[in-house]
Design a protein around this ligand. Structure first.
Ligand code: HEM
Length: 184
């Protein structure tokens, strides 16, 4: 199944981004406000480079089935950045996405990151310096997160069934992760 291959083929990238963003500190209680700011700024640059490219390759059917998915999360991070008076990172070159299958691979990285985001938001809300902040981005899906992630996984498993299509989805996910890791 595509989603199993995706998880297996990107596990090392996940470890690498977690390590670059120092997320282990979250659970050790040593994660700082600066660590959170870096996460926001890196994700912002990543979404700014990727969201429009992805949307251009998706179909009306994709948007219909994935109606729970927010394809404009860049705006959510911008609200967080402005609330915290943070500047954006300098724009950087990012890979091009070749087709709809690659776009879905990149979207897998974006939507999957919301699973970690949920943990991050819940943990950081307990930090005295951040407890009044909005977490527009990391907290976005709230209770709907599990449902929207399941719908996404089911849909890509149905849509990309041949070996060729599946390797294109994986190629898109790798491009996205490589850029994200480079930005961090
Ligand atoms: C921007 C950086 C990140 C990206 C792009 C990312 C991406 C992903 C992806 C694609 C998945 C789905 C894996 C799958 O089941 O196929 C995932 C799952 C997950 N990530 Fe991350 N992640 C990021 C940061 C983090 C951080 C910092 C944490 C730790 C707080 C984290 C914790 C998790 C957890 C707990 C899951 C769920 C695992 C499961 O239920 O199977 N992630 N992430």
């Amino acid at each position: 199944m595509l989603t199993n291959y995706l998880k297996e083929n990107t596990a090392d990238f996940h470890n690498e981004i977690e390590s670059k963003l120092e997320s282990k500190k979250l659970f050790e209680g040593t994660f700082s406000d600066e660590n959170y700011y870096k996460m926001l700024r890196v994700n912002h640059l990543f979404l700014k480079e990727y969201e429009d490219k992805i949307k251009k390759l998706l179909t009306v059917k994709d948007f219909g089935i994935l109606h729970q998915t927010n394809f404009d999360k860049c705006r959510l991070i911008e609200k967080d950045l402005s609330e915290l008076n943070l500047t954006e990172l300098e724009p950087q070159n990012a890979s091009e996405l070749e087709d709809r299958a690659e776009a879905f691979g990149a979207l897998y990285v974006i939507e999957g990151s919301m699973l970690g985001g949920n943990v991050i938001a819940k943990t950081l809300k307990k930090y005295p310096s951040l407890k009044d902040k909005s977490f527009n981005y990391f907290g976005h899906y709230g209770e709907k997160l599990g449902q929207s992630w399941k719908t996404f996984l089911r849909y890509i498993n149905e849509e990309f069934t041949t070996e060729k299509e599946q390797s294109q989805v994986i190629a898109g996910a790798k491009k996205a992760y490589e850029d994200l890791i480079r930005f961090a």
